[in-house]
Every structure is written in structure tokens, then in C-alpha cells.
Design a protein around this ligand. Structure first.
Ligand code: UD1
Ligand code: CA
Length: 499
């Protein structure tokens, strides 16, 4: 094949409101699989490496302009104040560009499934044939509302007729105009000046350029899209859902072809930038969003959402929600874990059940198995955090850091009141509130001593089942059998206080 032809410009039409979305947000900014509608079109267009990339904006133009220029620094915008038609919109775009030679590609801003490969084939075919215009067409299941391709007896493209302007006979034509074209720049400019508003909508139709070119004897052709779905536009939220599912199928299928097992593809959602490695297993109900990366042999789900998160090779993540987290190789997360931004788990680290982490580094082989909050902390290697602990990071005004060393064993139900540190090899007792640094190798005990008030229940709750049980236990212990014994006297001693 010849080298890909680079267009002089790609023009993306995105001035419309998208009334049928019933939204405060312009249609082209609504998302599918982690990218806006117009973002999908720009991603494909950008891969053609056009000399100019123009977007026609109108409705909420400040918002759309900020969005598209943020997506691609090459984008220039052209303002179309009133929507006077697709031909008028292209004229507005050309007014912002220098006098161009070569192919100009025109795209609608609402076709998220189009691929760069199809666009490149359209441009190459257009250039090789030396056409004045080449339109991308398709046969769709329901052509209602779309422009139809009118061909002559020899099958040559004559013109495009809009559904609302078409005769009953023309409406039986199944081949539709996708709204994607390659034009020769000079011819396009000349014909745009000749457009009229002589149609049902009183608009300047870009589609009329083809008929005018044919009338003047210039070569015009059609390329049929390899898959009609690439040409589908998106007008309301029901159509968004349909195209989103098709896009999901494409992304999940690509992951499976690249060596991932997906148990239930219909319940799995990937964003466009997600990367999934070989021999990964994805269980049902998994959403991988943003720039999430799953390395080889990791096992994800069921019931897991990962956003901008990296999962290392061989790790397992079960019933978890993670945002901007790094999960190391062979690490284990969940079931029921919440990893917030800045959670970094080293190799073989574990964040278990009902555990929340935030801005926390958990060293190699260290475990936070149960019912714990770890916020603003560094945990060294091979340490174990007891169940039901809280890293108390917030004094009501500022956040503070806790450091736990290597090979520590902290007791259950500990509070680590930051800023505080626990040295390498140290232990802490269950129920401790750690407010002071613990030296390496020490055992920290930071809780009130237990005091038993003997006989309290029989004295203060007489006649209750508890008192009866206490009396029976006392008789058995003293060998009294059925004989009444005496209740121990009240005492304020704290047992063990003489140690
Ligand atoms: C257009 C085509 C139709 C084709 C269909 C494919 C024309 C006259 N008709 O019809 O043949 O089958 O697309 O989806 O071109 N836009 C502007 N400014 C305007 C008008 C439109 O920027 O003044 C933008 C819209 O925001 C949209 C795109 O152009 O992104 C297409 O416009 P739309 O009104 O949806 O055209 P259709 O009637 O669908
Ligand atoms: Ca449309």
C-alpha cells in the first residue's frame, strides 16, 4: 500500500446543542467509556495527522472550546453563531484556516465508533482516485432521518437527498450518508459558495456540494464503511447507551484477544485507555476506568471498580473500589476494601476486609487484614496491623503522618494518634491508644488496666437471670452445692495493681 495521505485539514462539526439529550451539557461533551463524544471523533481524526484540525463550535461555545483545545493542542475552533446548516458550518471553519490545497476531511462530532483506520482508507481512496469528493456510506438497519445516497443506473453517486426532502421512492434507498467526507479543498471552497437554502429546513446543506460537483462533471464517489456501526451517530441518551455498549464490546473483545479471560463480558466496562495484560482474569461486574493498568496474571472482581489504578502482576482484587491507587505484584485486596488516592501497596502486601486506605504506603508483605482505616501512613515491610485499628490522622485542622516500621505486630483495636511512629520490630498491646513514639523492639501498652468489682451483679441486680447465673457459678466454684453461700464483699481494689 502507498504511504498514508495526510489531510490538509480535518473539520469536526460540533456547533449543535443536541436538544434530544435534554441536558444542560452540550451533547458532544457527554461521555462514553471515559471519553467525550467529540473526544472520540478527535482521537480518530488526530491519528490522520492533519496539517490543521478545526472544530466548529456554537452552543455553549466557551465550554466546548475549552474541552476540545484541552484534548488536543492542535485544535483551532471556528464559531458558528447560528446553526444555518452543515454547509454553513464548514464555511465557518474554512474562514479560520489558511487557503488550503489537498484533501479536507469533514466529520460530525457525534460518531464515537468511527476508527482512524476507516478514515485513513477514506482519505487514501479519495486521493488515489483523484476525486473531488468521496463520501463514507453505509447500509443501516433503520435509515429514517438520514440522508440517502442517490446513484444512477451505472451505480455512480449523483447526489445526496435528506430524508425530509426525499420522495417516497428515495426513502427506500438503504445506503445512507454517514456525514463523513473527504473533499478536495479547492472544489469544496468553490461549491460552498454556491449552496442555497432551497430545502425543507431552509439550511445550507453540505450534502448539496456533491450534487453540484457532479453537475459540473467532477469525479465524486462513495466508500462503503467496513462496519456500518462506525457511522452511527448519537442523539439521545438511549442511543448513547446503545453505542456505549458497542464500544464496551469492542474494548473487552480486544482485551480477550490479547489474552485476558473475561467471565461475563456484558457486565464488564472498560474505558478507552485501560490496559489489560495476559492471563488476567476479570470476574463479573467490574469497571476499569481512566488510566487503569492490569498487569499479567492479576485477578479482578467480582464487583470491583478501579479508577486510574495500577494492579501488579499476579495480584488479586476482590469486591473493591480504588481510585489512583498502586497495587503491587501478588498483593491482595478485599473482599470489601476501599483504596483512596495515594494508596501504594508493595509486593505481597494485603489490604483485607472492610479496610479503607488513603495516602498510605504499605510495605512488602505487610498486612492490614480487617476493619481498619489507614490514612496518611507509611507501613514498613512484613508488619501486621491488628484488626479494627484506626490511623488517627486528623486533628480537626491538619492531617498528620504515622510511620510503622518493619516486622511490627500491632494489637487489635489500636488508635495511632498522628504524628507518631512505631519502631522496627515493636509490638503494641490490643486496645492501645498510641500517642507517643514506640522505640524499636518495645511493647507499647496504652490502655486502662482492668478492674473487676466482685459480686456486683448479685448485689446490684438481684433477681435477674444474670444474678441467678452468677450465684450458681459461685456455688459450683466454692463446692457448696445447693447450700446458700455468701456474696463477696464490695471492693474498690484494682486486681493486679500490686505488680
Ligand atoms: C446530517 C446529514 C445527513 C447525514 C447525517 C448523518 C446534512 C444536511 N445532513 O444530517 O445527510 O445522514 O448528518 O448523521 O448534512 N452542525 C453544525 N452546524 C449546523 C448544523 C449542524 O455544527 O449548522 C453539526 C451538528 O452539531 C452535528 C452535525 O453537524 O454534529 C450534523 O448535524 P445534524 O443537524 O445532526 O445533521 P443531520 O440532520 O443528522
Ligand atoms: Ca444528526
Amino acid at each position: 500500500m502507498t504511504s498514508p495521505a495526510r489531510p490538509a485539514a480535518v473539520v469536526v462539526l460540533a456547533a449543535g446543542e443536541g436538544t434530544r439529550m435534554k441536558s444542560d451539557t452540550p451533547k458532544v461533551l457527554h461521555e462514553l467509556c471515559g471519553r467525550s463524544l467529540v473526544g472520540h471523533v478527535l482521537a480518530a481524526a488526530g491519528r490522520l495527522e492533519p496539517a490543521h484540525l478545526a472544530v466548529v463550535v456554537g452552543f455553549q461555545r466557551e465550554r466546548v472550546t475549552a474541552h476540545v483545545t484541552g484534548l488536543d493542542g492542535r485544535v483551532v475552533t471556528a464559531v458558528q453563531d447560528q446553526q444555518l446548516g452543515t454547509g454553513h458550518a464548514v464555511r465557518c471553519a474554512l474562514a479560520e484556516l489558511p487557503d488550503l490545497d489537498g484533501p479536507i476531511v469533514v466529520l460530525n462530532g457525534d460518531t464515537p465508533l468511527l476508527t482512524a483506520e476507516t478514515l485513513q482508507a477514506l482519505v487514501n481512496g479519495h486521493v488515489e482516485a483523484g476525486n473531488a469528493a468521496t463520501v463514507l456510506t453505509a447500509s443501516v438497519p433503520d435509515p429514517t432521518g438520514l440522508g440517502r445516497i442517490v446513484r444512477d443506473a451505472e451505480g455512480r453517486v449523483r447526489r445526496i437527498v435528506e430524508h425530509r426532502d426525499a420522495t417516497a421512492e428515495e426513502r427506500t434507498i438503504a445506503e445512507i450518508n454517514s456525514g463523513m467526507f473527504a473533499f478536495d479543498a479547492k472544489h469544496l471552497r468553490a461549491m460552498l459558495d454556491r449552496l442555497t437554502t432551497d430545502n425543507d429546513q431552509g439550511q445550507e446543506y453540505l450534502t448539496d456540494v456533491l450534487g453540484l460537483l457532479v453537475e459540473d462533471g467532477h469525479p465524486v464517489a462513495a466508500m462503503v464503511a467496513p462496519d456500518y456501526r462506525e457511522t452511527l451517530g448519537c442523539n439521545d441518551r438511549v442511543e448513547f447507551a446503545g453505542l456505549r455498549a458497542l464500544l464496551r464490546d469492542r474494548l473487552v473483545t480486544a482485551a480477550m484477544r490479547a489474552g485476558a479471560t473475561v467471565i461475563d463480558p456484558a457486565s464488564v466496562w472498560f474505558d478507552v485507555d485501560v490496559v489489560v495484560g495476559r492471563d488476567v482474569t476479570i470476574h463479573p461486574n467490574v469497571q476499569l476506568r481512566g488510566a487503569t493498568v492490569i498487569e499479567d496474571r492479576a485477578e479482578i472482581g467480582p464487583d470491583t471498580t478501579l479508577i486510574d489504578t495500577t494492579v501488579g502482576a499476579g495480584a488479586t482484587v476482590v469486591r473493591a473500589h480504588a481510585t489512583q491507587a498502586e497495587i503491587g505484584p501478588e498483593a491482595s485486596v478485599g473482599p470489601y476494601a476501599y483504596l483512596r488516592p495515594g494508596s501504594v501497596l508493595a509486593r505481597k502486601a494485603k489490604v483485607g476486609t472492610y479496610v479503607e486506605t488513603k495516602n498510605a504506603r504499605i510495605g512488602e508483605g505487610s498486612k492490614v487484614p480487617h476493619l481498619t482505616y489507614v490514612g496518611d501512613a507509611t507501613i514498613g515491610e512484613h508488619s501486621n496491623i491488628g484488626a479494627a485499628s484506626v490511623f488517627v490522622n486528623y486533628d480537626g485542622v491538619k492531617k498528620h503522618h504515622t510511620t510503622i516500621g518493619d516486622h511490627c505486630r500491632t494489637g487489635s483495636d489500636n488508635m495511632f494518634v498522628a504524628p507518631v511512629s512505631v519502631g522496627d520490630g515493636a509490638y503494641t498491646a490490643a486496645g492501645s491508644v498510641i500517642t507517643e513514639d514506640v522505640p524499636p523492639g518495645a511493647m507499647a501498652v496504652a490502655r486502662a488496666r482492668q478492674r473487676n468489682v466482685e459480686g456486683w451483679v448479685e448485689r446490684r441486680r438481684p433477681g435477674t437471670a444474670a444474678a441467678d447465673a452468677a450465684a450458681a457459678a459461685r456455688r459450683v466454684a466454692s463446692g457448696e452445692g445447693t447450700v446458700e453461700g455468701s456474696i463477696p464483699p464490695a471492693t474498690t481494689d484494682i486486681p493486679g495493681s500490686g505488680q
